[in-house]
Design a protein around this ligand. Structure first.
Ligand code: GGG
Length: 359
């Protein structure tokens, strides 16, 4: 039986357009060959071009437009003609917040065949998940500037941690550890320097950890964790951190996965009352946009997470096998991974693997 799902597609800016095109092509082929699902897409041209033409990244009633969808497949946002804080707050962050996509799940896995940046660390060593708090913390958006342009100018950016959001993201991390058969959760803060918010996070972490006696819990300072990503990635299982800390750490995660083009990202509203959003971790990369050389694997992997979230477990597992087939072969890779193939050729190689796996 074919199950149909409405999916909103927002390619956004730069290489977001290049990689989403290929992600959709792969998902369509997977749906056809498995005959298990079909995605009914609606495409939205929300991005910097729209901002220049119409003055905003999204129409005023964007929440009403997106709400009926179960999932949003998103490319990237940002272009040099617009300040980055305008584009990010114009498109991606409002969606994450309004739809309460509070759990940003980012796998950090070195796929077979790829050479990460770490000497002597292979796929068996680099296999963990980062869970990023996605609605508040350093990205609360609270603050302001006064006395602009004077010697007395003041800028305030408030970091907000609520018990509600802190508790639920830590609980999500422990539940994920249980679901995935992982044995530990690592919490990341900076509680030696941040005596209010980070110490509060540590206390909540200890409380929640008490409900999961079967899962080992560990605490790290963010600076020590950055080093640990490089020196002992094999010691990590489920890393849970605030919005900004996890954002920074997962770029480091991309580097140890071989390329920023690899990691996917799922912005989840676990209640399913609002749509969740799936995107590559990477940004719009204006320097290579439109050249046909962007790595589509992070976006295809994000599509895999979307299918898994939608309940299409078997096709999702098959797609992961196909992605791993491409990296294991090592014949069809984009330049960021040391190859010479195009975006379309890599997606085509994933399709070939799907066809072979389904036969
Ligand atoms: N594909 C996601 C994207 O465009 N990200 C741009 C970015 O800078 N995101 C910041 C964030 O996730 O905090």
């Amino acid at each position: 039986m074919v199950t149909r799902y409405p999916v909103a597609v927002i390619p956004g800016d730069g290489i977001g357009v290049d990689v989403i095109r290929e992600g959709v092509r792969v998902l369509d082929l997977l749906g056809e060959t498995t005959a298990r699902f079909a995605l009914d897409y609606e495409w939205f041209d929300w991005g910097t071009a729209r901002y220049h033409q119409q003055g905003s990244y999204m129409p005023e009633d964007w929440q009403k437009i997106l709400e009926p969808f179960q999932a949003i497949y998103f490319g990237a946002v940002g272009w040099p003609s617009v300040p980055d804080h305008v584009s990010l707050w114009g498109l991606l962050l409002p969606i994450r917040k309004a739809f309460d996509q509070y759990a940003n799940v980012r796998p950090v896995r070195l796929l077979p065949g790829l050479h990460g940046r770490l000497v002597d660390k292979g796929p068996a060593d680099i296999d963990f998940v980062c869970v990023r708090e996605n609605t508040e913390g350093e990205y609360s958006g609270a603050g302001g500037r006064v006395h602009r342009g004077t010697a007395h100018e003041v800028a305030v950016q408030e970091i907000i941690f609520t018990r509600y959001a802190t508790e639920r993201i830590i609980r999500y991390a422990f539940d994920l550890a249980l679901d995935q058969g992982r044995s530990s959760v690592q919490s990341v803060t900076k509680s030696n320097a941040m005596q209010f918010s980070a110490v509060f996070w540590d206390e909540v972490f200890a409380e929640v950890a008490g409900s999961f006696p079967q899962i080992r819990n560990e605490r790290y300072l963010v600076d020590a964790m950055a080093a640990r990503f490089v020196t002992h990635p094999e010691s990590l299982d489920v890393v849970v951190a605030s919005n900004l800390f996890a954002d920074i750490l997962t770029d480091l995660g991309g580097a140890i996965q071989g390329s920023m083009g690899m990691p996917p990202s799922a912005n989840i509203n676990p209640t399913r009352r609002k749509p969740s959003l799936f995107e590559p971790v990477h940004g719009s990369a204006p320097d290579i946009a439109g050249k046909g050389i962007a790595n589509p694997l992070g976006t295809i992997w994000a599509g895999q997470m979307m299918l898994d979230f939608l309940g299409q477990k078997e096709p999702a597992a098959l797609l992961m096998q196909a992605i791993e087939g491409v990296t294991r072969d090592g014949q069809t890779l984009t330049p960021d991974l040391g190859g010479t193939s195009t975006t379309g050729e890599v997606a085509g190689a994933v399709c070939d693997h799907i066809r072979r796996l389904v036969k």
